[in-house]
Design a protein around this ligand. Structure first.
Ligand SMILES: CCCCCCCCCCCCCCCCCCCCCCCC(=O)SCCNC(=O)CCNC(=O)[C@H](O)C(C)(C)COP(=O)(O)OP(=O)(O)OC[C@H]1O[C@@H](n2cnc3c(N)ncnc32)[C@H](O)[C@@H]1OP(=O)(O)O
Ligand SMILES: NC(=O)C1=CN([C@@H]2O[C@H](COP(=O)(O)OP(=O)(O)OC[C@H]3O[C@@H](n4cnc5c(N)ncnc54)[C@H](OP(=O)(O)O)[C@@H]3O)[C@@H](O)[C@H]2O)C=CC1
Length: 515
């Protein structure tokens, strides 16, 4: 019998960010392994004209929840969406809902965050720091609370090369930052942002670091743990391989590669690609929830959920496998054939951006214009280049994360739990995982049917022929222009023509002799 699954049985669990990528995988696993849990409260904001119920309905109707609906047919009765916006004071939760939450919750999983790298500091602080502080304040009023699990990121201290499972201080206290956001205007915040984030690359990593300090300070009297995943990718094994439903991390770039938009990217091929599957993160999170509640460690434990030190993969291996899979099982309606390379210098990056990204986009937009359609490729390309520039920091460096707490936790699990809540990435076969990831992107993110693969292959063959024809035409045009303007080119041309004609006459003469 799994100790972890039994622990969650009968529990009332609060999840923030349950509509996000990790939140959904977390909820799915909880229902699948502990169908007898009492209730899961989820803090949800109404969005895109959808009510809370419609949002829950949409989640439950996705492929991710198919197994859960078999195991736990009354799953919809066990999810209680609570209207809440983490940007608002007290989250805008009604008095009745708040009372119910405070009196019933046993475990909190805090997943909600803004994960945008370019978010304005005010917004990133509000969501990643202030909201965390408010949630902790709510948690401190929960008499039945057994554990509070906070999702952070392994990159919260990416300004360091070696990162231990400890909380590092920031130059300015989070409380001062929170206060200052209330009275500083946007222009001043813009001005001080680079100074505050210092040698971190963006507001996301900076505010996640502040959030951790808040957790440590405000949660001193609670059973708290912090999980720091690295780059979260599609699921590895559960509920099935390859599930992914947003463009964050590598997923967006996998699409850009498969559709032939991405042809070159500045990356360090041998740098560690510290990917971690979403189901691995969720298994560790649930195990940490159990351990924190049952064993009550004296201090807040931080768990690194990373792969680099146990089973390293690098960007070259990943890139090659992405390309190989896109060749084998192509994406539909590709812009160009999937073919890409790494650049290592600023100069070559600018060159390939001009030649392989911007030039084809301009040519295709001219073609669209000439055929009476709206040009759109250059706009897409500019977005892609902006996204790449935001991600570049993470694909040109390697970090070392120590994993003592994570390994300790693994050793505390029973063999049954080690199997059921597996977070041992040493067992992961990268080539198989990346192939399933790419297929998952195709099926679950792009919603492409596998039945369309022959047509997609045919399309790639057409693109290859167009590419050859285009290159031949380009060569002939350039050559014609050179001949018209340059004596040297004319001389070379005369030499080639006379050489060919001599060769032909010799060939003809020798075949006549043989006859
Ligand atoms: C020799 C062989 C060579 C082979 C080479 C080729 C192989 C290449 C394949 C493998 C690539 C590997 C890449 C690795 C990438 C590494 C990522 C590292 C990330 C470190 C993460 C740290 C971990 C975390 O804790 S945080 C979670 C991660 N967070 C994110 O990823 C958020 C990033 N996104 C943003 O910050 C923003 O979306 C931003 C700034 C990128 C874009 O903002 P903007 O306002 O311009 O646009 P949006 O409104 O957000 O979206 C506009 C448009 O773009 C689409 N889009 C959004 N994100 C991405 C994306 N990541 N990739 C591609 N496209 C994206 C979005 O859907 C919108 O499209 P619409 O059509 O308008 O809907
Ligand atoms: N994905 C990754 O690569 C990594 C993620 N992490 C961490 O894991 C956690 C989960 O990330 P992930 O699932 O990928 O992120 P997502 O962006 O997929 O999900 C974010 C969640 O936060 C919710 N949210 C955002 N703003 C608000 C708000 N104002 N009020 C209420 N809810 C809000 C979103 O709700 P809505 O659906 O309404 O937008 C969504 O449910 C985060 O803390 C992140 O920092 C750490 C390392 C890597």
């Amino acid at each position: 019998m799994s100790m972890i699954a039994a622990f969650y049985g009968g529990k009332s669990i609060l999840i923030t960010g349950a509509t996000g990528f990790l939140g959904k995988v977390l909820m799915e696993k909880l229902f699948r392994t502990s169908p007898d849990l009492k209730i899961i409260y989820i803090l949800v904001r109404p969005k895109a004209g959808q009510t809370l119920q419609q949002r829950v309905f949409q989640i439950l109707n996705s492929k991710l929840f198919e197994k859960v609906k078999e195991i736990c047919p009354n799953v919809h009765e066990k999810i209680r969406p609570i209207s809440a916006d983490l940007n608002q004071h007290d989250f805008g939760i009604s008095k009745e809902d708040l009372e119910e939450l405070l009196s019933s919750t046993n475990i909190v999983f805090h997943c909600a965050a803004t994960v945008r790298f370019d978010d304005h500091l005010r917004h990133a602080v509000q969501l990643n720091v202030t909201a965390t502080q408010q949630l902790l304040s709510m948690a401190s009023q929960m008499p039945k609370l057994e554990a509070f699990i906070h999702l952070s990121t392994a990159f919260s201290n990416c300004n360091l090369k070696h990162i231990d499972e400890v909380i590092y201080p920031c130059s300015v206290e989070p409380k001062k930052i929170i206060d200052s956001m209330e009275w500083l205007d946007d222009a001043i915040i813009d001005e001080i942002t680079p100074k505050l984030i210092g040698d971190r690359p963006n507001t996301y990593t900076y505010t996640k670091a502040l959030g951790e300090i808040v957790v440590q300070q405000e949660g001193a009297n609670m059973n708290i743990a912090i999980i720091r995943p690295s780059i979260v990718g599609a699921t590895w094994q559960e509920p099935f391989p390859g599930w992914v439903d947003n463009l964050n991390g590598p997923s967006g770039l996998i699409i850009a590669t498969g559709k032939g938009f991405l042809r070159a990217i500045k990356a360090t091929p041998m740098a560690i690609a510290d990917l971690i599957p979403a189901d691995t993160v969720v298994n560790l999170t649930l195990a940490a929830g159990w351990y924190t509640a049952v064993h009550r460690p004296k201090s807040t434990l931080i768990y690194h959920c990373t792969s680099g030190n146990l089973n390293p993969c690098n960007w070259l291996k990943m890139g090659l496998q992405v390309l190989a899979t896109c060749e084998k099982v192509p994406f539909e309606k590709a812009f160009r054939r999937p073919k890409a390379d790494f650049t290592t210098t600023r100069f070559t990056t600018h060159y390939w951006n001009a030649v392989s990204h911007r030039a084809p986009a301009i040519i295709y937009d001219i073609y669209l214009r000439l055929t009476g359609r709206k040009p759109r490729v250059m706009k897409l390309m500019n977005r892609l280049l902006r996204t790449i520039s935001m991600l570049e920091y993470f694909i040109n460096r390697s970090w070392e994360w120590s994993t003592h707490n994570t390994e300790m936790l693994m050793s505390m699990l029973s063999p049954e739990d080690q199997r059921m809540f597996n977070f041992d990435v040493r067992q992961l076969n990268w080539l198989e995982y990346i192939e399933n990831y790419v297929l998952g992107v195709k099926k679950y993110l792009l919603k492409e049917d596998m039945a369309g693969v022959p047509e997609a292959r045919q399309h790639l063959r057409r693109l290859r022929n167009i590419h050859y024809l285009f290159n031949i035409a380009l060569f002939l045009i350039i050559w014609r222009l050179l001949i018209a303007r340059w004596q040297m080119a004319r001389n070379v041309w005369v030499f080639i023509v006379s050489f060919c004609s001599k060769f032909l006459s010799y060939f003809r003469a020798s075949s006549t002799l043989k006859l």
